[in-house]
Design a protein around this ligand. Structure first.
Ligand SMILES: Nc1ncnc2c1ncn2[C@@H]1O[C@H](COP(=O)(O)OP(=O)(O)OP(=O)(O)O)[C@@H](O)[C@H]1O
Ligand SMILES: [Mg+2]
Length: 469
């Protein structure tokens, strides 16, 4: 097809020349009829001239025919070649349109088709890229099944969550993948009912539980035809755990509030039932009631404090403070308890440590730590507070020689209401909120808290806060 027009041009030129030659020969035949009296020599000379003229005419007509045909055939050949390339997917190719002998209109139209196709293909590639990026970066696992129930699309999050690779999934039907039964059932339900289904699924990875919100929906095409189903899974473990923490918190608060209230109620009733007539018992009961009310008061104060700290509007009053003064103030507050237990206090701190912080809150932190060191230590032991300056931070350590804490308990101590020995802690008036408050306040100072402890030897709490906020 490619050189058809060129070949046609040559064929036409030859045909034209043959026709002209034929015409010449015929005319040559007739010429002598009109010149019968002309001498033979002259006639022969005529023939020679005629043949030479005819040969020249043949060559000239051949050249003219070839040139004329080529003028039309070449551009068509060129456009055909370009059209074939476009059909093969090369949308960047263009045919020449600026040469005068070319068939401009056809060339321009072919070029336009090519540029339109190129534009469409660029758009399509862009859209595909966008869709691919969206699917891969959506943060949820995605799985798509065709009408016949075989996987035709899967993203990286799904591969990572379930440990499958794309290659092993594509083309597999949902029953042969080995998905958790709950997810399999959901997929089946979507296939059967062509309706959206949603479910919370618990996954067990060797005793480590995670939770998934699984959402399955039918995929319906433009014309309402059913194309398959799509399944999206997102990790809701954090949400579920938060919900558990919230439930635990409510349960703990209720429990903590009920204990002193039950006690107050019980003693009041006993007093009213007649015990108030005996002064010794009355005094003892009233003292218990007072102690329980104090506990209740403390608990409610701590709870209000914690919830205030968790509010977004919570902010610290930063100023230049001398850490030595902060520690001395905290010491004064706990000195009564310290003396009661005849404990020693050692302070190892440079004279001037000026940091940027909230003095009131740092005193609160130190009071909590010192109270713990006193409450969970035997009498006549020692508490050491040391402060060390570093390049950008200050390191405060509170070390006691107390009962110590099991390694397994260390990570949970900063949880609200968590106490190693509930009975003992309650006896000392503790609510289990102290360390939770400490952690909040230190973190509000952009600092960190660490705890080291050995049973029977003692506990060291280290706080690191930046010198500048
Ligand atoms: N220095 C310490 N030595 C041994 N155990 C400690 C020490 N500090 C804290 N603990 C343990 O950690 C638990 C939690 O401490 P936290 O200060 O949060 O609560 P609490 O002291 O029981 O009550 P409060 O809210 O009055 O401080 C305590 O109940 C105690 O069992
Ligand atoms: Mg405490």
């Amino acid at each position: 097809m490619k050189d058809l027009y060129s070949r046609l041009a040559i064929a036409c030129a030859v045909l034209l020349s043959v026709l002209l030659t034929g015409l010449g020969i015929v005319l040559g035949q007739f010429f002598p009829l009109f010149a019968r009296d002309v001498a033979i020599d002259l006639q022969r000379q005529y023939w020679v001239y005629l043949i030479i003229t005819l040969i020249i005419a043949f060559v000239i007509s051949l050249l003219i025919a070839m040139r004329m045909m080529m003028q039309y055939a070449r551009p068509v050949d060129e456009v055909t070649r370009v059209a074939v390339q476009i059909a093969q997917g090369d949308y960047l190719i263009r045919t020449k349109t600026d040469e005068p002998e070319y068939d401009n209109e056809l060339a321009i139209a072919v070029n336009k088709i090519a540029s339109n196709l190129q534009e469409m293909s660029t758009l399509r590639t862009m859209e595909q890229e966008r869709l691919k990026t969206l699917i891969e970066s959506m943060g949820s696992g995605l799985l798509m099944f065709g009408r016949e129930g075989a996987v035709n699309l899967v993203n990286g999050v799904f591969e990572k969550t379930f440990g499958f690779s794309k290659e092993e999934l594509i083309g597999r039907t949902y029953k042969t993948i080995g998905l958790p039964a709950d997810i399999e059932n959901l997929i089946e339900a979507v296939f059967m009912t062509e309706q959206v289904h949603e479910k919370q699924v618990r996954l067990d990875a060797g005793g480590l539980f995670s939770y998934m919100g699984v959402y399955g929906a039918p995929v319906i095409g433009h014309h309402g035809n059913w194309l398959g189903i799509v399944v999206v899974m997102h990790d809701i473990t954090k949400l579920i755990k938060l919900e558990e923490v919230r439930k635990d918190f409510v349960a703990n608060v209720s429990h903590e509030l009920r204990t002193p209230i039950t006690s107050i109620k019980g003693f009041t009733e006993t007093l009213l039932d007649g015990a108030m007539n005996e002064p010794v018992i009355m005094k003892e009961f009233l003292e218990i009631i007072q102690k329980e009310s104090d506990r209740l008061h403390l608990l409610i104060d701590d709870l209000l404090e914690l919830s205030a700290m968790e509010r977004e509007s919570f902010s610290l009053q930063f100023s230049q403070i001398n850490l030595k003064e902060v520690i001395n103030d905290a010491m004064t507050i706990v000195s009564g308890n310290l003396e009661r237990k005849k404990m020693n206090f050692v302070l190892d701190i440079p004279d001037q440590i000026i940091i940027e912080g909230d003095a009131g809150r740092l005193i609160q932190v130190m009071v909590n730590l010192l109270s713990n060191a006193i409450n969970y230590s035997k009498e006549q032991t020692k508490i050491t507070v040391s402060v060390k300056m570093m390049a950008h931070d200050v390191l405060i350590k509170v070390q006691d020689e107390g009962i110590g804490i099991e390694q397994s308990e260390l990570t949970r101590l900063f949880e609200r209401f968590y106490r190693v020995d509930r009975a003992r802690s309650r006896e000392s008036g503790g609510t289990g909120l102290g360390l939770a408050i400490v952690k909040h306040l230190v973190e509000a100072h952009s600092g960190t808290v660490e705890l080291e402890s050995t049973i029977g030897i003692g506990t060291t709490i280290s706080i690191q806060v930046p010198l500048r906020q």
